[in-house]
Design a protein around this ligand. Structure first.
Ligand code: SF4
Length: 92
């Protein structure tokens, strides 16, 4: 099976978490680790870290800023963005 090196299971729509460590691959119905690479072709989950408006904090990689907001509010890389009207996904 070809594996996409850039996406982890926790970053794809075809993954449903059971807890913070593991979840289910919704295609194969197998239990997988959240941080394992996802197979190629799995659909990316919209998150701030995949958005063109997200700017990583130079001093703390686990934080960032949303450039689409008027006040440049703080954003988290793994924040789910499925309901964000300003989400601009990047192509991986
Ligand atoms: S526009 Fe939405 S998805 Fe993009 S960085 Fe801001 S809050 Fe996150």
């Amino acid at each position: 099976m070809k594996v996409c090196k850039e996406l982890l299971y926790r970053d794809v729509m075809n993954y449903t978490p059971i807890d913070v460590i593991k979840g289910m691959d919704m295609i194969t119905k197998k239990i997988v680790m959240a941080d394992d690479p996802a197979p190629a072709g799995y659909k990316i989950k919209p998150k701030c870290k995949f958005c063109k408006n997200f700017l990583v904090d130079d001093k703390n990689a686990s934080l960032g800023i949303c450039k689409a907001s008027k006040n440049n509010f703080m954003a988290y890389p793994d924040m789910i963005a499925t309901t964000c009207k300003d989400y601009e996904g990047t192509d991986l």
